[in-house]
Design a protein around this ligand. Sequence first.
Ligand code: B4P
Length: 195
Amino acid sequence: PELDKLKNSKIIFVVGGPGSGKGTQCERIVQKYGYTHLSTGDLLREAVQSKSERGEQLNALMKEGKLVPMEVVLDLLKENMIKNADKSKGFLIDGYPREVPQAQKFEELIAPCNLVLYVKAGDDTMTKRLLHRGQTSGRVDDNEATIKNRLTTFHNQTLPVLDLYEKQGKLAEVNSELAPDEVFNEVRAVLDKLA
Ligand code: B4P
């Protein structure tokens, strides 16, 4: 019954490779459109902060550039969506789905998505951005070895998600090789059509 409230919310998945600029664009989207932003990466890093055994396991997977178990991410999303259901006009789900089963489970348990925004940048660009961020981020996964693994995970597990939604006519792509404001111009063109 708690989930019923979510049936009429707009749901936008934001998908892109590691360091593609998902988080950067989501900040701008929230400012302009007021959707509720839920980043699975941020939610997982918060869970790690709790210093539980579970947190240690999650941290180890993130450090290897692998995906954490789907159930963990889904529980975090569900909990935070329900918390915001009354006041939210829609959800921006950032960093999810990262594999086809995540897409299927979410839509089965929570609600269908309206749009998938693909924030697209090349591997070289993403690597450069993450290495740069790694100088100050303190993140366990912003180093050369982990970045390689994250890219592999993206190609093998996440790209099929984009195919899935392309076939459903729900995929929109923006060129994230550009500067953040220029990328956002493309994002706006997509989201204005949805509103
Ligand atoms: P995330 O936190 O999602 O990490 P990310 O892919 O690096 O994205 P982020 O949003 O932080 O970076 P952005 O591109 O904005 O995931 C981390 C890990 O958590 C995963 O590897 C996985 O282990 C786990 N995880 C998360 N979700 C999961 C799920 N659903 N299932 C299983 N496991 C999951 O920005 C990167 C940098 O580029 C920034 O420094 C930014 O300033 C810069 N930048 C951005 N846009 C730019 C532009 N246009 N021009 C120049 N620089 C730009």
